[in-house]
Design a binder for this molecule. Structure first.
Ligand code: 5AD
Ligand code: SF4
Length: 594
């Protein structure tokens, strides 16, 4: 695997951390990785400041690294190789039970699956009861203040639970993921809320952190970011193993540095998992009966596997009219190759991906999506704003015009493609006019779905340092509501126009409202609910009728629609390939009759 970090650099980074870390406790555990700190719960604020500065990239780190004259990795003292954690057998869980709560995006769900796997290997067991668990962990999100507020409330509850139990049944509390990375030691030293703080690249160290905090009764922290950790060697323990759908992480981190976004600081630099390890995992999922895989990454279509020598060094193709904030990258196996390889694993397995950046949709990617019936014709194309000035302030690397041209191009390349997007309301300096531009962009594109968020200022980001969060809260909320209402208006019209069509639905499970109904999704990822009645296979006229089950494909005639989904009538059970054949036949018939 490409490490991206030379041995001497890696050694240096560990040494820097070691020298600066002055906890004293380390000497008690000479076998510990030098990258981790053990903190006495009541350490001095002086020391807190020192250690915080050692353990997270600042905006300057990114800016420094983006300058072409410097070696890409210079000046980052918080980055380490993934090989620096110690063997799991040294830190046995001894069947201690762990309850994990997950907040945030699908990437966090997948990270929880990775953590479960790592803990299982070390002899911890999973618990579904917070009351009975020995350890409670929160997999956290830091993207907006609201997300963090929710987690804070939960941490207070965990702390109260711990106090209530006392020595009778001691409880260890751990903070994992983005909020852990953002707050680092602060959460221990200022709030004394948790015993373990573990950032997104340090999960392999979690067994040790848990063992250490139990034996020393002191807090343990590892928030080192890595240039190479992709957890390619960890087989996730799926949270819902009965589900026909699974998430597979293909890359981590983000180099885009959108000015509003904390992700590059909490998840670190972009790195991709070797293509072969992804295909191997998906092969296993396919053998286990999984019918839908979502490829995950903060910037999934920036995928670039540099692990093999075979790849070319041809320059990276971007979408027309788009640019990057970083020095152009070359080489590696790109997203189109990954999509192709993954699609070929099992033609009956649906492939989705999230979350992409619009800059990385060269024709190769669009052609690959088009060429494989099992790659869903749904593209998430986060616009964030419809105004070129705001887009510039956000550092998105495109204008309104370039984005709209891309939409047109995608729609030409993939007829019937479903589009979704993310939007931020009330970004720094957004005028009423600029907001109207976003509404008008929505009117033009008419998305199938959109996530809309009021802007939330995040420390460390470029917007925090350089721009003013000057849109009053009420205005942000009003604009947020307008964005939401506009997306729903268009989605409803779009969905209503599809009533009467037959869609192929992958059954996920019982509908939330009634155990007599199945819920599943169509190719566009829109929810469809229908009555669970016996169905024949291949056509509605078949004799033998059986009930469909989760993981089956069912042809459903859509009978009603809202902005968020459909109701329908199940017609027959089918396969993805047969449905595609049928669709092509019907298209040929229509052409012939013209
Ligand atoms: N405030 C509001 N929304 C944000 N997002 C990212 N950072 C912020 C922020 N500071 C949104 C973007 C992104 C999505 C995952 O979250 O729309 O695409
Ligand atoms: Fe954040 Fe922009 Fe990276 Fe998405 S592309 S994770 S919004 S910095």
């Amino acid at each position: 695997m490409a490490t991206g970090l030379g041995r001497s650099q890696r050694f240096l980074s560990c040494m820097v951390t070691f020298q600066k870390c002055n906890c004293g406790v380390l000497s008690k555990f000479p076998q510990l990785s030098t990258s981790t700190y053990l903190h006495k719960a009541r350490s001095s604020s002086e020391r807190i400041k020192k250690s915080i500065s050692q353990t997270g990239p600042s905006l300057t780190d990114f800016l420094r690294k983006s300058q072409p004259s410097q070696p890409a990795l210079q000046g980052v003292d918080n980055v380490m190789g993934s090989g620096s954690y110690l063997g799991v057998h040294l830190f046995p869980g001894n069947n201690r039970s762990v309850y994990i709560e997950t907040y945030g995006c699908q990437m966090n769900v997948n990270d929880t699956e990775i953590v479960r796997s790592i803990l299982k290997q070390s002899g911890f067991v999973n618990s579904s009861s917070i009351e009975k668990a020995d350890v409670v962990l929160a997999m956290t999100c830091a993207i907006r203040e609201g997300a963090e507020d929710k987690i804070w409330r939960r941490l207070h509850y965990f702390k109260a639970l711990k106090k209530r139990r006392g020595k009778r049944h001691s409880l260890k509390i751990g903070l994992l993921g983005c909020m852990a990375e953002r707050l680092k030691h602060k959460i221990i030293d200022q709030e004394q809320m948790v015993d373990v703080v573990c950032g997104p690249d340090a999960y392999k160290d979690l067994p040790r952190l848990l063992v250490v905090t139990s034996s020393s009764n002191q807090a343990a922290v590892n928030v080192q970011l890595s240039l190479e950790e992709t957890y390619a060697d960890v087989v996730p323990v799926r949270l819902n193993s009965d589900s026909p759908s699974a998430f597979v992480s293909v890359m981590r981190g983000c180099d885009n540095m959108c000015t509003y976004c904390i992700v590059p600081f909490t998840r670190g630099r972009e790195r991709s998992r070797p293509l072969t390890s992804i295909v191997n995992e998906i092969n296993i999922l396919s053998e286990q009966g999984c019918k839908e895989v979502t490829l995950l990454g903060q910037n999934v279509n920036s995928y670039r596997d540099l692990s093999s020598e075979e790849h070319t060094s041809s320059p990276t193709q971007l979408s027309a009219g788009f640019k990057t904030v970083y020095k152009p990258k070359t080489g590696g196996k790109r997203f189109a190759e990954l999509l192709e390889a993954v699609a070929l694993v099992n033609p009956e397995m649906r492939i989705r991906f999230t979350s992409p950046h619009p800059k990385d949709f060269p024709d190769e990617v669009l052609d690959t999506i088009n060429a494989h019936p099992n790659i869903c014709k749904h593209i998430h194309l986060p616009a964030q704003s419809g105004n070129s000035g705001v887009l510039d302030a956000m550092g998105r690397g495109y204008t309104r015009e370039a984005y709209l041209e891309l939409v047109e191009h995608v729609r030409k390349a993939i007829p019937d493609v479903a589009l979704s997007s993310d939007f931020i309301a009330g970004f720094c300096g957004e005028s009423e006019e600029a907001h109207k531009d976003t509404l008008s962009l929505m009117d033009i594109v008419k998305y199938n779905f959109a996530f809309c968020f009021p802007y939330s200022m995040r420390q460390k980001t470029r917007a925090y340092h350089r721009l003013e969060d000057n849109i009053p809260k009420e205005v942000k909320m009003k604009r947020h509501e307008e964005l939401h209402a506009t997306f729903r208006k268009h989605a409803e019209v779009r969905h209503m126009s599809q009533v009467g069509e037959r869609h192929l639905i992958l059954v996920e499970g019982e509908s939330k409202r009634s155990s007599l109904d199945w819920a599943g999704r169509n190719d566009a990822n829109t929810k469809v609910v229908f009555a669970n009645e016996p169905l024949s296979y291949g056509s509605e006229n078949g004799k033998e009728k059986v009930l469909a089950k989760p993981g089956d494909y069912v042809v459903v005639q859509l009978t009603s629609a809202t902005s968020l989904g459909f109701k329908g009538k199940a017609i027959y059970r089918s396969t993805l390939q047969e449905f595609e054949e049928q669709r092509k036949k019907e298209d040929r018939n229509v052409c012939a009759s013209l």
